[in-house]
Write a protein that binds this ligand. Structure first.
Ligand code: G1P
Length: 270
């Protein structure tokens, strides 16, 4: 079973300035709820029992969000407001499931995963990128089902317009079925002319623990960062099974200002 989810949260959020100069982008509200809570809810519903948050010194506010007891206790004592009490309970429940680790230099998703090294217990774990919200249908649940069926690793994927392939990790594939396919290769942000398909990686991964060993061998890649994509590529070349899960839900990109504004509009329609 997939019990642990790791969530990289150390990015600086520069694409969303000025909103992120004080508030971490993952705490910005989308239709009245922080971005991060959508991710946590998706995981809880899919049976995840522990979260590993990778934060940085600059993103301490994320930890504070879950550890602001003094503040809550004082308000609850004074106001006796049921809604606040329930919110506090919810936050404490999440907190009991979260471990915090630090990545003080934003050196990429691969480097972030490596920081969780000693906490990863099972043979497979989930990783979610909080810039990518998926609504309407639980993507993590679909992926876990495919993982159980195939006993391999799973990456969430969706078709993107050909002209945008250079913004994503792009998959090569074989044996395509209705909702999934086998991944034969992956390239981080290829040039349009080099892209082997227009199936893009969306930020949900079920990865084998062995990926940690692969990451340690990597040299910085695209943008001088250590990419999880490159470690995955090496595992695929060693014949590890990876599947692309063509998820049914609606994908919302919350990592840019325009995307963030659009996500709020889309979610408010639900
Ligand atoms: C990351 C991954 C990329 C993936 C994307 C999905 O890129 O490196 O492979 O397609 O997330 O959102 P980033 O958005 O950090 O540039």
């Amino acid at each position: 079973m997939i019990k642990q989810a790791i969530i990289p949260l150390a990015g600086l959020g520069t694409r969303m300035l000025p909103l992120t100069s004080v508030t971490p982008k993952e705490l910005l509200p989308i239709n009245g709820k922080p971005n991060l809570e959508y991710i946590l809810e998706e995981c809880l519903e899919a049976g995840i029992k522990q979260f590993i948050f990778i934060i940085s010194k600059k993103k301490q506010n994320i930890k504070k969000y879950f550890y602001n007891d003094k503040f809550y206790k004082k308000i609850i004592k004074k106001k006796k407001d049921k809604r606040i009490e329930n919110e506090y309970k919810k936050i404490k429940r999440y907190r009991s499931m979260i471990k915090f680790v630090y990545q003080n230099k934003p050196k990429g998703t691969g480097d972030a995963v490596l920081k969780c090294n000693k906490h990863i217990k099972n043979n497979f774990f989930l990783m979610l990128l909080p810039d990518d919200l998926i609504i309407k249908k639980n993507c993590t649940k679909e992926m876990i089902k495919l993982h159980q069926q195939k006993k391999g690793s799973v990456i969430a994927t969706k078709k993107v317009p050909k002209k945008t392939v250079s913004r994503w990790g792009i998959l090569s594939l074989k044996n395509k079925k209705k909702n999934y396919f086998q991944i034969t290769d992956v390239v981080e942000k290829p040039k349009i002319k080099d892209a082997k398909s227009n199936y893009a990686i969306i930020g949900r991964y079920i990865l084998p623990k062995t990926v940690l060993k692969e990451i340690k061998k990597l040299k910085p890649g695209q943008g001088r960062e250590i990419h999880i994509t490159d470690a995955i590529k090496n595992l695929i070349h060693k014949n590890e099974n990876f599947y692309g899960s063509i998820f049914k839900g609606k994908y919302l990109d919350c990592g840019t200002l325009d995307g963030y504004i659009n996500s709020s509009i889309e979610i408010s329609k639900e």
